[in-house]
Design a protein around this ligand. Structure first.
Ligand code: AMP
Ligand code: MG
Length: 294
């Protein structure tokens, strides 16, 4: 069901869950209470050890959820907020454990989407993971949400970025936990050294251990070679190289729509050609590898 921003604020304040647009992907939002957060886990079928990102209306609200504000956090907020960057910091005691999946840290972002900001201004800080069934591609249009989840949704158009936010931990030496539209190169230009995500069984970003962003169509990674009649996903700027082939071109903003299109086409499998893992290409490679389950 589609609702307007004012109705969303009223529902959220009463402890209900609502899908809202952001510039990254649509989020399934709730206020910072244990009972509201549990409704989000249930609606998504999300594992209880995968924490949410808390969304704030303005950078100045960071101190309402984070217990420590290192200089690096202030500098990143000044450069990239509002925008597609999430900071992981020690959490304040009043952030409920369900929001952070029991972690002593909290992930915080100040989104740029004007509708998201209006809703957060009205309802207070909102916890919101992506508004999809756990493991499926993130929604980048309201109809992606309503096709999959029986929740009220505010339609804010197509998401401009189309990939989940960059996540960087500032709890120790800065570490990239998830690449996104704020690139590793941009983070390094502000922070100097930024460590890559650790590959361990208990990753610092719990969500990273789950298969993610996956369509029903099986995805097979390729360096360009594949059967002549196979369907091939390629970065839009390299489309020309594959003339005469069955190709779907993607950009960051259209990737998840393309993955959903594959399912609608009923394709059993598709080959995926990744861009160079630089700039935004790093985030695209990460999502495509996870969607392919490798
Ligand atoms: P989603 O909103 O569904 O894209 O998921 C949020 C992502 O942020 C997940 O990958 C989480 O693991 C990560 N995240 C949220 N809170 C924390 C935290 N406190 N520490 C590390 N990563 C986090
Ligand atoms: Mg998600």
């Amino acid at each position: 069901m589609l609702i307007d921003a004012r109705a969303a604020v009223a529902l959220l304040r009463s402890g209900e869950i609502v899908a809202i647009p952001t510039e990254t992907v649509y989020g399934l939002a709730c206020v910072l209470t244990e009972s509201a957060a549990r409704k989000v886990y249930a609606a998504k079928g999300r594992p209880g050890d995968n924490p949410f990102i808390v969304h704030i209306a303005s950078p100045g609200d960071l101190g309402t959820v984070a217990a420590a504000l290192p200089d690096a956090a202030a500098e990143l907020a000044r450069r990239f907020w509002p925008g597609p960057l999430t900071l992981v910091l020690p959490k304040r005691g009043d952030v409920p454990p369900a929001v952070t999946a029991g972690l002593p840290t909290v992930a915080v972002r100040c989104p740029a989407h004007p509708v998201a900001r209006r809703i957060i201004e009205g309802a207070g800080p909102l916890a919101a993971p992506s508004a999809n069934i756990s493991g499926r591609p993130s929604p980048t249009r309201a109809e992606h949400v309503t096709a999959e989840l029986d929740v009220p949704c505010v339609d804010g158009g197509s998401c401009e970025v189309g990939l989940e936010s960059t996540v960087v931990s500032l709890c120790a030496a800065p570490r990239l936990l998830r690449p996104g539209a704020v690139t590793l190169e941009q983070l390094r230009s502000v922070l100097g050294e930024v460590l890559p995500a650790e590959k361990t069984d208990t990753p610092a970003s719990p969500g990273q251990k789950y298969r993610h962003y996956a369509p029903v169509t099986r995805l097979i990674m390729t360096d360009g070679s594949c059967p002549p009649d196979a369907l091939l996903l390629v970065p839009e700027e390299e489309n020309g190289r594959f003339a005469g082939r069955r190709v779907l071109a993607y950009t960051a903003a259209t990737l998840y729509g393309v993955l959903r299109e594959l399912d609608a086409m009923g394709e059993e499998y598709a080959y995926v050609y990744c861009p160079k893992p630089e700039g935004l290409g790093l985030a695209l490679c990460d999502r495509l590898r996870r969607a392919a389950g490798v």
